[in-house]
Design a protein around this ligand. Sequence first.
Ligand SMILES: [Zn+2]
Length: 442
Amino acid sequence: MDRHFGTVWRKAFCTFFLWAVLSGVCLATVKDFQPEMTPDKPSATARTSGKKSDDSEGRGRIPKEEPTIRVGLSEGQASAILTADDAYVVRDVLTGQGLDKFKGNTMTTITVQGRQLVINGKAISAKSVRFSIADPRTMRYLSVAGKKYHGNIVLTLAKDGTITVINEVKLDDYIGGVISEEMSPGWPMEALKAQAVAARTFAVYSLGLHNEDGYDVCATTHCQVYGGIASESPEGLRAVSSTRGEIMTYQGKPIYAAFHASSGGMTAGSEESGGIALPYLKPVRDPQDNATPNRNWQVSTSAKELSSDLSAAGFRVGTLKAIELTPLKVGEGSTDRYASGRLKEVRFIGTLQTVVVPGPKLRWIVGLPSTLADVRYGTGTKTARNGKIEISNQNTEIVFFGSGRGHGIGLSQWGAKAMAAKKKYRDILSHYYKDVEYSFLF
Ligand SMILES: [Zn+2]
């Protein structure tokens, strides 16, 4: 999510969606709205480095078992092809009964016929089957659709007669297949560790999100991007193993550990994307973020194009005559700006009517990298002075300009990268997530 704008875009979309769902936010159009198994054990330093750390849970507690997370790999499949690099078996999920066993490196094809799963041409009555390596002590893996995964693969017959493919995987093996999708493995270790803890916390917070689909989280930007073993990197795995089981909590519960590419100088409160205000997600100054490449951006359009885009999104203004928006001062709220300065709403005055467009929505309509933004008309001095731009020519350039990338809530990845030069991962996390504690799940 940090490397490509397109990815950032999808991530933010998805994070908002998740946020809206989890916080019970009712939005008319939610569509608008997104970590090798090195043998080293977590060191004492790693477990006590944070100022706000609470080691009471980490020390002397009875280790709990590492949870398994169900990751939805794909849905709507007419068939699935599995293999493994060692002998593997298939069981009925419901009864646990063994259905068949296969030699290593042999291919198994699963299809559907007449509302029944069919394994290598043989129809079975089970509606959900679990494939696993026959001897779990071996470090061998199943592959589905050509990709290798830790843990088991469950195939379920969905209501619509298609196959849902699910990976049952230990939480930290899952985070190992997430972290390098979310942050470049070339980044400093303390930033990677911060990302690992954020991703793990995010995963625990999201458990059960996709219960209706038969799994916990999906493998796309909607939840977190997960690519199985192929997505692992030695650095990412080191970050995961050196923070093994660690999550952030607030009042004893896992937090909504949102993260984004770049804050643009100040993070957003959780309410700034339409969710509820959370005490640990308040706007914070983020001066380190200024090293972000392409941090400052601009997006050009014209009155004609803008009114057309607004109409397409359901905001019919007719011919656009004026735009009202308080000029941006980072860290200053106003009637139409949130406390961080991000867009709360923008008024567009047209010949048909005046429409008030929520900032996060405008972001998707116009294609802004973030809502820490301002607008100007033409060149030179025609900025939104006194909060109003009068539009005389429909073809003159209207420029949205701002800084940062993503929704701005929680950890800024570029900010974390810069902070990692001097700070430990817990100090980085405690900068972005206020008054959180650190606990070990296992
Ligand atoms: Zn999802």
